[in-house]
Design a protein around this ligand. Sequence first.
Ligand SMILES: [Zn+2]
Length: 255
Amino acid sequence: MLIKRKRLIAYVALFGLYCSGVHTSVESHPESIIDPLLGPRVQLPSFWVGKDEPLKDIPILVLAGHADSQGMNGAGTAGEAVDLKGAQPMDKSMRDELYWNLKIRDEIVRVGTDKGLNISSYDPSVRHLVDETDPRSNWSKGYRHSLNGGYAIEIHFDAYGKYGYGSGLIPALTANLNTIDESLAQEFGRYPILFRGGLGSPRRQIRILEVGKLEGELENNLRNTATSETTIKLIAIRIADSILNGLNNPQTINQ
Ligand SMILES: [Zn+2]
């Protein structure tokens, strides 16, 4: 019920923005785009709409961002706690972002399977792959999955402070964005289609979901042993519900 009410509010807000013709008007009300669980949302101007209707049983592949790029450029953010507050990394063998990306990836698959999604995950198992075209890499696997008609999405947390933008979906570079994309963008935020000139994943038809900036309340709730499990579950439920909504309610999404 709470989620339905929130969606209704989001639709009303989106409709208002649509009527005003100025998507960036949300920037004048920054408080309206702070999510209580995830923190700030991306505020970049973005105009794409996901309209294609995917097959109801489309295979969904969930990847953990940076799972194959540790110890090199593109290892992901260490997070505010480690970088600025002197906290120990959650796991010394990886950046904190990957630690949380893996947790969220696995929980989405658990929750999504329970909810009836045709969903699975992939792990490259090797954490340091220099050659991105290596067939074991996230990008290679996600690209092959998308070419075969599946939906591939890579989980990320954004950088803290001035280095990050906030939660939101970075779409794939395609003219065929669908109602899953649209639903995720309405729920989490909407990055421009050519964000940073087109990142590696979107060029390979892999969507990127920035869950939120790895800082502040969100990071505290993840790190705090009393709230960690619930926080991971809540995030995973929102992602799975959003995917389901895109699959099951395309007409509502497109209104
Ligand atoms: Zn990342």
